[in-house]
Design a protein around this ligand. Structure first.
Ligand SMILES: Cc1ncc(C[n+]2csc(CCOP(=O)(O)OP(=O)(O)O)c2C)c(N)n1
Ligand SMILES: [Mg+2]
Length: 343
């Protein structure tokens, strides 16, 4: 069996960011991490129901890609969707309220953890089925192209980012959608978050070709491999892919090598991954890495970063209070929001 990679085999040009950009990336990753640490606490206190999948460790992927996009671009997620929603601009209080099943949640309490949705933020959804979002995202990219080319809407230049896991990349929908997206040169980024595991199935035991980015080649698509624990590297690759998509040059398959710090879901005792493997990856924490870089490059001081941590902590606390105080969906509205005309 081929040992799965940790670092990319390809190296990228060094990227430069200014202070403002660096702080945006740092704050977004801290928001993702703090929000989810709070989710774990709330879940174990019985405030959330059903499966809750946390993203701890993978933050550089969401932040690096989504912060390289425009707010009117589209984001499509999986069941591991909280942090994608936050990066896409869905307010923390609306995400927390959704997790509490409250009427003020972004899916009006109907979705819960795996079905976050926000038309306002072009968040196309979280999806419970593995790979379910890939055709949805491909459809979103198609509608942008259709509006532009067929309906003559020159403002239709949005790009779609479609996130999914290494396990999902073995699913048929991945291959069908990559084929169509490449054929039609759709404005889309397929972002595989290769965290080495699909629940308890190791990637190298499930994939005949473990280098997922190589699969782009057979569709005539650009494939990129990137260190998913390095937000600057992810951002560099994403910026180039977004520019290509926006220019009508078609899709990119990005494989981000990453790791989840917690179990598959909060119900997973996480007994299959070795202690040694987990400890190794904890040393590659993407937030610590960016924090150290910002200080070393004199783009921020340790105190400024601490102030951001504190501000986010307060914001997450406020989100819990908001969710707590919000009402349950009214039973008289049970049949609302089933059809598009219900808003
Ligand atoms: C179609 C389908 N088959 C099986 C499952 C059960 N399942 C839930 S998550 C998962 C693993 C997916 O792993 P991966 O795509 O690597 O994403 P990750 O959880 O690592 O983010 C499986 C098999 C499912 N939800 N949907
Ligand atoms: Mg995985």
């Amino acid at each position: 069996m081929v040992q799965e990679r940790i670092l990319p085999t390809l190296s990228l040009p060094q990227t430069h960011i200014n202070r403002e950009q660096g702080l945006v990336l740092y704050e977004d990753m801290v928001l993702g991490r703090s929000f989810e640490d709070k989710c774990a606490e709330m879940y174990y206190r019985g405030r959330m129901f059903g499966f809750v999948h946390l993203y701890n460790g993978q933050e550089a992927v969401s932040t690096g890609v989504i912060k390289a996009m425009r707010p009117d671009d589209y984001v499509c997620s999986t069941y591991r969707d909280h942090v994608h929603a936050l990066s896409a601009g869905v307010p923390a209080r609306q995400v927390m309220a959704e997790l509490f099943g409250k009427a003020t949640g972004c899916s009006k309490g109907r979705g819960g953890s795996m079905h976050l949705f926000s038309a306002e933020h072009n968040l196309l959804g979280g999806f419970a089925f593995v790979a379910e979002g890939i055709p949805v995202a491909t459809g979103a990219a198609f509608q942008t192209m259709y509006r532009r080319q067929v309906m003559g809407d020159s403002n239709a230049d949005q790009v779609t980012a479609c996130f999914f896991g290494d396990g999902a990349s073995n699913n048929g929908q991945f291959f069908e959608c990559l084929n169509m997206a490449s054929l039609w040169k759709l404005p889309i980024l397929f972002v595989v978050e290769n965290n080495k595991w699909a629940i308890g199935m190791a990637h190298e035991r499930a994939s005949s070709e473990t280098e997922i980015y190589q699969k782009a080649k057979v569709f005539g698509m650009v494939g990129e491999e990137v260190d998913g624990m390095d937000v600057l590297a992810v951002r560099t690759v994403a910026e180039a892919a977004v520019a290509r998509a926006r220019a009508g040059e078609g899709p990119t398959l990005i494989e981000a090598l990453t790791y989840r710090f917690r179990g598959h879901s909060l119900a997973d005792p996480d007994e299959l991954r070795s202690k040694q493997e987990k400890e190794f990856w904890l040393t590659r924490d993407p937030i610590k890495k960016l924090g150290a870089y910002l200080i070393e490059q004199k783009l921020a001081t340790a105190d400024e970063l601490k102030a951001i941590d504190k501000k986010i902590e307060a914001l997450v606390e406020e989100a819990v209070e908001f969710a707590d105080a919000s009402p349950e969906p009214d039973p008289s509205e049970l049949r609302n929001y089933i059809f598009a005309e219900d808003t």
